[in-house]
Design a protein. Structure first.
Length: 191
């Protein structure tokens, strides 16, 4: 039903009823802002990015083919626009050597079934997530908080489904090891 409503408004906008685009913006503004905020980490940049996303979506609306849900297509624009902003910002402020130091050293001996982050205190989990690379953090958030499927994540990020699975696995490992660094051996009792 949601996709049908989206299709009606999209067709209306494409037919020249430009004011109907405001309905689409109202419907998805929180979603777009949230993805931008998760990636860039501050309100001002996220608000600016959300505006950019809706402008890009409007100018590309004729290219939306309906092969995926409109929300997935819009998520993809939001994700890619936000990632581009982060990359531009990093190129200006961080050397290549410094960037390599931000990635955590991951041990391969941790099995993904071992993780049950539901039992970890929310504040500690948030702290560990905030220390992850914005791209990794957003991928975890899209999957776990927004309940996006592997297929949708592949469409949003432009990665293959296999690559999405691998990155999710590695990101869970990074999160676990970061939590273990912050929380120590007590983490094992929680998980």
């Amino acid at each position: 039903m949601q996709q049908k409503a989206d299709d009606l408004y999209i067709n209306s906008v494409l037919s020249g009823n430009i004011s109907d685009y405001s309905i689409i913006v109202d419907k998805y503004k929180d979603m777009v802002y949230t993805i931008a905020y998760r990636i860039v980490g501050n309100r001002e940049d996220a608000e600016e990015l959300a505006q950019d996303v809706f402008v890009k979506a409007y100018t590309s609306l004729k290219d939306f083919k309906g092969k995926s849900k409109f929300s997935t297509w819009l998520y993809s624009i939001a994700y890619n626009t936000s990632i581009s902003k982060i990359r531009r910002k990093r190129l200006k402020s961080v050397s290549l050597d410094e960037r390599n130091d931000t990635f955590l050293n991951i041990a391969d001996d941790v099995h993904e079934d071992f993780y049950n982050f539901d039992k970890v205190p929310v504040g500690l989990l948030k702290q560990a997530l905030d220390e992850l690379n914005p791209v990794d953090k957003s991928l975890l958030a899209l999957f776990y908080q927004d309940d996006r499927s592997i297929k949708e994540l592949a469409e949003i990020t432009g990665l293959t489904e296999s690559n999405v699975k691998v990155r999710l696995f590695r990101n869970r490992q990074k999160l676990f090891h970061r939590l273990r660094t912050l929380y120590g051996d007590e983490l094992t009792d929680l998980l």
